[in-house]
Design a protein around this ligand. Structure first.
Ligand code: HAM
Length: 431
């Protein structure tokens, strides 16, 4: 009976694993350089954890299960609720600001498509306990910092930045009732995916007053923060939200990533918990889904029973990223090849015991080494060494050397040198 892999999952053979490790290592390096500490949580949580605040889309995509005690659980589709729970649990003992990162394996029952799978890895960075715009800027900067380290430039990607706080202030300023905001966010979030006429028709269905609809259309068409006051009636809330967004852009400018950043009121984000600055990074051509997304969520800790503590963060999946890096020729050229330092071969059967002994000693010094399980001649062993991409081959055997001597063959240049076994092991120790 042949059982296929589950739809939307991936098998990581060694070459795919090498790519995944390279991506994850890059995420970790960028996190640490930008001052974040690593955490993790469980792969499943109580189902209600994700029903409270994640938003309808995520709730529809949950993989849920019941444990033997009849408790409803779900495999995590995101880690932000777990983070909020963990921080709330130790809120009084954790030094603030909390700057944490994680690379969880997540599952969402999505329809598998380019860049969207049912199981994926997602880099998360979050800053908790800071309400100033510098923290939002730092999250955006850290995301871009990683992407820059991979070799992507401002010709390849854009951080599209907006603000839910601003959107709420604009809707309030034109007298849209507050209980209609969530429905508005859901519609505005779809703008980029809809033909303009369809979007306008849906907007006019939801907002019957034509002046209100016109202002929303004009606001959504802006591409500069400076122009907001031209199309939106100013009040205290709108002014506050504009000033906040301007501070974020000013910090990003000081950090040297202005070229990557634009204001885009079309970024609303699907998740229900965002309250302030929101952003997504996209490929410039716009063919792929978002590379990453995040924003400020100042009420989530309170909604999970903790104190009202401000928070901001982002998540970046490995799928779209990998597609983009591959398209730009930045993936296989940078993923390290298999790294086997030594292959130990024996030229005659009398040397077999020495082959095991030397292999074990090389490994004990912390270097990688293999030998052949087959009892073939030396040339077959050398071929095997080449297929395992060994850097050097150690040849043992009387035909080549006396018992105390080893021949070391550099597998790239073909150069051979001989050295005493003890001297060789001593150099390994000092490496
Ligand atoms: P999200 O927008 O749902 O946000 O996901 C963030 C990123 O995760 C996406 O931009 C994409 O790279 C990746 N992603 C999402 N779904 C899939 C999928 N089915 N397959 C592959 N990749 C996917 C969040 O998850 C928030 N919790 C992020 C956050 C952290 N906000 C604040 N802190």
């Amino acid at each position: 009976m042949k059982i296929p892999p589950v739809k939307g999952t991936r098998d990581f053979y060694p070459s795919e694993m090498a790519r995944r490790n390279w991506i994850v290592d890059g995420w970790k390096t960028a996190s640490i350089c930008n001052g974040f500490e690593e955490y993790d949580g469980p792969i499943f949580e109580y189902l209600k954890m994700f029903q409270v605040k994640s938003g309808d889309e995520i709730v529809e995509q949950l993989f849920s299960l019941q444990d033997r005690g009849g408790r409803d659980l779900a495999i995590r589709p995101e880690i932000t609720p777990t983070l909020a729970r963990m921080v709330n649990q130790q809120i009084n003992s954790l030094p603030r600001p909390i700057k944490w990162f994680s690379v969880p394996r997540l599952c969402r029952a999505e329809r598998p498509q380019k860049g969207r799978l049912r199981e994926f890895f997602q880099w998360n960075i979050d800053i908790i306990g800071v309400d100033s715009p510098e923290a939002d800027a730092e999250v955006i900067f850290t995301s871009l910092d990683y992407l820059r380290r991979t070799g992507l430039t401002s010709e390849d990607i854009r951080a599209r930045i907006s603000s839910r706080r601003l959107l709420a202030a604009v809707l309030g300023a034109i007298s849209i009732p507050e209980d209609g905001f969530d429905a508005m966010y859901a519609l505005l979030d779809k703008k980029a995916k809809l033909p303009p006429e369809t979007f306008e028709a849906l907007l006019r269905e939801q907002v019957s007053d034509s002046d209100q609809a016109r202002t929303i259309m004009d606001f959504m068409a802006l591409d500069s923060v400076d122009e907001i006051e031209r199309v939106v009636p100013l009040d205290e809330n709108v002014e506050g939200a504009i000033a906040n967004l301007k501070s974020v852009f000013a910090s990003l400018d000081l950090m040297g990533v202005t070229d990557f950043c634009v204001f885009d009121p079309g970024i609303v984000r699907g998740l229900a918990y965002y309250t302030g600055v929101v952003f997504e990074v996209h490929d410039i051509v716009g063919e792929l889904r978002a590379i990453c997304g995040g924003g400020r969520y100042d009420n989530l800790l309170r909604d999970f029973g903790g104190p009202a503590i401000p928070a901001t963060g982002m998540g970046m999946g490995d799928c779209v990223l990998e597609i983009l890096l591959h398209e730009k020729g930045l993936l296989d050229s940078q993923v390290p090849r298999r790294h086997l330092e030594y292959f130990v071969a024996c030229a005659d059967s009398e040397s077999e015991p020495a082959m095991y002994e030397i292999t074990a000693k090389i490994r004990a010094e912390g270097h990688s080494a293999n030998f052949s399980y087959k009892r073939g001649g030396l040339s077959k062993q050398l071929k095997e060494a080449a297929s395992q991409k060994a850097q050097r081959c150690i040849i043992i055997g009387q035909e080549y050397s006396d018992k105390q001597e080893l021949v070391i063959k550099d597998m790239t240049t073909g150069d051979q040198t001989s050295t005493g076994a003890d001297a060789f092991l001593t150099t390994l120790r000092s490496d």
